[in-house]
Ligand binder design. Structure first.
Ligand code: FES
Ligand code: FES
Length: 160
């Protein structure tokens, strides 16, 4: 049995404490310990981006991060993003453009989109496409996803 570690971090703006096995991933902690099931488990190998979260403002694959390494960090998941104005803008643009089919990839892609908006990155479709190179979607073929990201990006630039 692996050792248990007590960690503290800020999660979606809330101070959080949890006791985790040393070998537990951040993804398992979020889904199984904290009931934040918006972050998805798919490949478990850092290939699909379904488990993308933000740690200290940087997107990471939570399946590859130890929960113990969350200690002292600032985490945001799709639940935190969804509760923000940026999350609302992304939800609206994805809905308008029909960019969600099964929805499995959507949380990870929205976390990436949020990262682009935060950095005031380019809203050019070709540049946005590059930002989701690590996010696989089995359903939509990406065109509607890129359109949605571009729409939210332009709206953010215009201060909408
Ligand atoms: S589940 Fe983490 S990258 Fe696929
Ligand atoms: S909408 Fe189904 S995997 Fe992307």
């Amino acid at each position: 049995m692996s050792a248990t570690i007590d960690i503290r971090f800020r999660l979606n703006g809330v101070d959080t404490e949890v006791s985790v096995p040393a070998t537990m991933s951040a993804l398992e902690m979020l889904r199984d310990r904290l009931d934040l099931t918006g972050t998805k488990y798919a490949c478990g190998e850092g290939e699909c981006g379904a488990c993308t979260i933000s740690v200290d403002g940087v997107t990471v694959n939570s399946c590859l991060m130890f929960a113990a390494d969350c200690d002292g960090r600032e985490l945001m998941t799709i639940e935190g993003l969804a509760a923000s104005s940026v999350g609302e803008a992304l939800r609206a643009s994805f809905t308008r453009n029909g960019a969600v089919q099964c929805g499995f990839c959507t949380p990870g892609i929205m976390m990436q989109a949020h990262s682009v908006l935060q950095k005031h990155g380019s809203c050019e479709p070709a540049d946005l496409k590059r930002t989701i190179e690590g996010n696989l979607c089995r359903c939509t073929g990406y065109v509607k996803i890129i359109d949605s990201m571009a729409e939210a990006c332009v709206a953010a630039d215009e201060g909408a």
